[in-house]
Design a protein around this ligand. Structure first.
Ligand SMILES: Cc1cc2nc3c(=O)[nH]c(=O)nc-3n(C[C@H](O)[C@H](O)[C@H](O)COP(=O)(O)OP(=O)(O)OC[C@H]3O[C@@H](n4cnc5c(N)ncnc54)[C@H](O)[C@@H]3O)c2cc1C
Length: 322
């Protein structure tokens, strides 16, 4: 029986918050195909991550090597290829984050398989893994199969839940990846100043749109609320286009896809292109003075009114521990 593999990248020994979620999709596929679900952890010093995977998969391969400490696309692709070559994989899944998006298509080419990106649904039909992905800003859903096995798939953050721990520890195979000479030489790595919580990993995202009226609220009220909640600040394209915040803040179809537990949209109308980036959010809170704004159709909690007094009240409430 062909098996399903989930790649979990752990540069620096740590994986992204959502890196185990594709195991949820993998479990459904493995059951449908009658095969095994295996985790492939790539990264030196990632024993903790491998242990987490062993409690959720049927087998775990940990690919390690000194050259796998910091992330480098060629090295991580070659390590994943080394682990998977010669195995009967029907599907290889990984999180659609910066690393997954770089490695998955490269890996598909090397394995002679089919690359498939940004899926949010997975099931087995007629013995084949079938994937779904929102298209046209979430207005339609495409249904896709890979023509060549294995299909190498990036999975949207928030689309699946990591399986619960099984209570048992799956067998672990540790292998050394051969060192490769990367095509790109990293000259320096410098931490961005005051990076805060990265948008795509934040448990709470507070985003501002055209309705907040200017750049100041991003530095003041929205930042204060996000910080009080341990989250990050995001923005709509309109706010980015107005020059109020850099493009790295943009949430949506052409920005970052976020998957926080709580997404707070402040002065954002809820255009389909914006909503395409928040489909992974567990709960959406919308603050907008127009009670008919489309954002309220996806919001679990809707607050109609001027944004500033509402956000000020939220900041006070959070700080008061309510
Ligand atoms: C190909 C393409 C890709 C795109 N990709 C993206 C993307 O990735 N991300 C994205 O965000 N957009 C994207 N867009 C743009 C998108 O269509 C919208 O234009 C954009 O999201 C609108 O931003 P907004 O909601 O901030 O502004 P608006 O639509 O102007 O909405 C502002 C909202 O603020 C409310 N408001 C105004 N004043 C106040 C106040 N004082 N208090 C409370 N509420 C107030 C208004 O009622 C209104 O609902 C894309 C568009 C295209 C064509």
């Amino acid at each position: 029986m062909p098996d399903v593999y989930v790649l979990i990248f752990a540069p620096g020994g740590a994986a992204a918050r959502a890196a185990l979620e594709p195991l949820g999709a993998g479990r459904a596929l493995a059951e449908g195909l009658g095969g095994k679900l295996a985790g492939v952890v790539v990264g030196a010093g990632a024993e903790e991550v491998a242990a987490e995977a062993r409690r959720r998969a049927d087998a775990v391969i940990h690919v390690t090597g000194d050259h796998l400490r910091a992330y480098e696309a060629d090295a991580f692709t070659a390590a994943a290829e080394h682990a998977l070559k010669g195995r009967d994989a029907a599907a290889v899944l990984t999180l659609a984050d910066a690393v997954g998006r770089e490695v998955a298509p490269r890996l598909a080419a090397r394995l002679g398989g089919s690359p498939l990106t940004e899926v949010s649904g997975a099931q087995v039909e007629d013995g084949r893994p079938v994937f779904t992905r929102p298209v046209f800003g979430g207005k339609a859903v495409a249904k896709l199969v890979g023509r060549r096995a294995p299909v190498v798939v990036t999975v949207k953050a928030g689309a699946f839940e990591a399986p619960a721990e099984s209570g048992a520890e799956a067998p672990l195979e540790t292998i050394q990846a051969p060192a490769v000479e990367p095509a790109v030489e990293v000259l320096a790595r410098e931490a961005a100043p005051a990076a805060g919580v990265p948008l795509d990993a934040a448990p709470v995202v507070v985003s501002g749109g055209r309705g907040v009226g200017g750049p100041e609220p991003f530095q003041k009220e929205l930042k204060e609320l996000a910080e009080a909640l341990g989250g990050a600040v995001g923005a709509s394209l309109a706010a980015v286009d107005a020059g109020w915040v850099p493009q790295s803040y943009q949430v949506g179809q052409t920005g970052t896809a976020v998957a926080p537990t709580v997404y707070i949209a402040v002065g954002i109308s809820g255009a389909s292109q914006h909503l395409a980036g928040i489909s992974g959010a567990k709960h959406v809170v919308a603050i907008n003075k127009d009670k008919d704004a489309p954002i309220f159709r996806v919001a679990e909690v809707g607050l109609v009114g001027e944004w500033k007094p509402i956000v000020d009240a939220l900041i006070r409430a959070v700080k008061a521990g309510k």
